[in-house]
Design a protein around this ligand. Structure first.
Ligand code: CP
Ligand code: NVA
Length: 306
């Protein structure tokens, strides 16, 4: 049985297998061919944070696969009022076939997974957002930007950045990260990613200059400067991130055929300009839709590997 927590625990071949399966399932869905690979199964979804895309994509995806998804808000289940993670894990996993969790501390996911009888999927933690990267890479494949890409990530060194580091390290491509001073990635995760990159041939570079990161990039991406749980730091962060907005001027430095990705939700005029978000290079809504297809591929893959 496999869990899907960080991408770190997956080989390049396995990640590409999940992407291929997702593309195949997307085609079936578009052609209205039934694909009830998870008929009769249930996915329990625990949300300790807000969500638009993750909830809708998992719930809809499970239905399209012939299964059922349960939305369990932290406010409604006993986990939110102190029931032990290890007890919740054993109870929920004794009644469902897969579990998705969106939480704060990544260690909570690890503890849940350690006690779970069924595969556990990370639907976002403070450290990683691996299901988003399935959709992002799938979008790169569909746009023909997956062969030797140069990816520039500009913004906060957060869960999205860490997942980009893992994807690049595993698949062996070039990733340039530009963060303001004081908002760099977690050094432990960077170290792990660099070790994997040394094996795969990936190039991971870190700078405080967005111009350096974006020069010639074929994929440009960013994320909110204020992640869920950081709302109180908003004023300071807006000050510290000045000069990091991905706008038309910065995009001029990227490769002319570069695509723009954003996991969403996006904040116009803050981390990205309206012009870039709505411009010709932006594929953000294709990327968002691919959350559905990517996670269907993942759930079917996990079911086939138990
Ligand atoms: N990108 C993403 O995970 O979106 P939600 O927070 O809306 O689920
Ligand atoms: N970094 C953001 C991603 C939201 C999908 C957050 O954690 O809030």
């Amino acid at each position: 049985m496999r869990h899907f927590l960080t991408l770190k625990e997956y080989t390049k071949e396995e990640i590409l297998e999940i992407i291929d399966l997702s593309l195949e399932i997307k085609q079936a869905q578009k052609a209205k061919r039934p694909h009830p690979y998870l008929a009769g199964q249930t996915l329990a979804m625990i949300f300790e944070k807000s969500s638009t895309r993750t909830r809708v994509s998992f719930e809809t995806g499970m239905f399209q696969l012939g299964g059922h998804a349960l939305f369990l808000s932290n406010r409604d289940i006993h986990l939110g009022r102190g029931e032990a993670v290890k007890d919740t894990a054993r109870v929920i996993s004794s009644m469902s076939d897969m579990v998705m969790i969106r939480t704060y501390e990544h260690t909570k996911l690890e503890e849940f997974a350690a006690y779970s009888h069924v595969p556990v999927i990370n639907g976002l933690s403070d450290s990683y957002h691996p299901v988003q990267l399935l959709a992002d890479y799938m979008t790169m494949v569909e746009c023909g930007r997956h062969e030797n890409p140069i990816v520039a990530y500009i913004g906060d060194g957060n869960n999205m950045t860490h997942s980009w580091l893992m994807l690049a390290a595993k698949l062996g491509f070039e990733l340039r990260v530009a963060t303001p001073v004081g908002y760099e990635c977690d050094p432990v995760i960077v170290h792990e990613a660099l070790e994997i990159a040394a094996q795969s041939g990936a190039t991971l570079t870190f700078t405080h200059d967005p111009h350096v990161a974006i020069a010639g990039a074929t994929v440009v991406t960013t994320d909110t400067w204020i992640s869920m749980g950081q709302e109180e730091e908003k004023g300071q962060r807006l000050e510290d991130f000045k000069g990091y907005m991905v706008d038309e001027t910065l995009m001029q430095l990227a490769h002319p055929y570069a695509i723009f990705l954003h996991c969403l939700p996006a904040y116009r005029g803050i981390e990205v300009s309206e012009g870039v978000l709505e411009g010709d290079q932006s594929v953000i809504f294709q990327e968002a839709e691919n959350r559905l297809h990517g996670q269907k591929g993942l759930m079917v893959w996990l079911d086939r590997h138990r």
